[in-house]
Design a protein around this ligand. Structure first.
Ligand code: SAM
Length: 227
């Protein structure tokens, strides 16, 4: 099984020998790759829809891994019991949905070592939720696939200070890295704010609003982050 850059970055955060559940596994690419490469020997490939699971089962059987990967139908973490796994992967879903999936199963959450999350959006709100719920980000990275930059977060249990607003937005670990990909991401965010301002500037009335000033300040803050 070949993984793209995004799922490869997720796979790199999985500890050797982990027992993991891949929530929203779709075609089970990640658990198949991790099992084939010997990084793990047991996984649960779970999805709330039967359609993707049909292909997951086919791929797992074709790879001869039916005895190592358990396929389960279920919403979020409802398909797993506390103690069955030590690592939870949730990739390719919105940040709000990931938060909801984690919030709904506190016992399972308490029983695992590590969360590996790849939100498609609202990474800042997800990070905030992690820190509010006694998790901290021990590592994180960016991966680029087809011109889009993705964030991958590895979180562990532990109380830490809440990161700053911009650290929540770009990731406290990523923020320290000062990589070219981070710069590209900051530029993308700044461009979004510039576009918003250009739209607002068409109306003299809108230019007097609090939202206009807030957008100006946000753009300035983003520009100040650049190096
Ligand atoms: C965009 S795919 C992501 C697939 C894969 N995880 C990846 O990152 O490439 C999202 C998958 O999540 C599943 N899904 C959506 N909501 C879910 C939930 N609450 N619980 C479990 N699976 C869910 C969908 O059926 C779909 O297969």
């Amino acid at each position: 099984m070949q993984l793209d850059e995004r799922l490869s970055a997720v796979a790199k955060f999985v500890r050797q020998g982990a027992k993991l559940i891949d929530i929203g596994t779709d075609h089970a690419k990640l658990p198949i790759y991790l099992t084939e490469t010997g990084k793990i020997s047991f996984a649960i490939a779970s999805d709330k829809n039967e359609g993707p699971l049909f292909f997951a089962r086919e791929n797992i059987n074709r790879a001869g891994l039916g005895d190592k990967i358990s396929v389960r139908l279920g919403d979020g973490l409802l398909s797993v019991q506390a103690g069955e796994v030590d690592t939870i992967v949730v990739a390719g879903m919105g940040g709000a949905l990931i938060k909801e999936i984690l919030s709904l199963s506190p016992l399972v959450l308490k029983s695992v070592e590590s969360l590996i999350l790849q939100p498609m959006n609202e990474g800042n709100a997800l990070r905030k939720w992690l820190y509010e719920n006694d998790f901290y980000i021990e590592d994180e990275t960016l991966a680029k696939e087809d011109g889009r930059i993705y964030e991958i977060i590895s979180a562990k249990h532990g109380q830490r200070d809440m990161p700053s607003k911009f650290e929540l937005l770009f990731g406290p670990v990523i923020f320290k890295s000062k990589t070219e990909m981070l710069k590209e991401r900051i530029l993308e965010f700044a461009e979004k704010e510039r576009k918003k301002l250009r739209g607002m500037e068409k109306s003299e009335k809108v230019k007097t609003t609090v939202e206009y000033t807030l957008t100006q300040n946000k753009l300035k803050g983003l520009e100040e982050l650049l190096w």
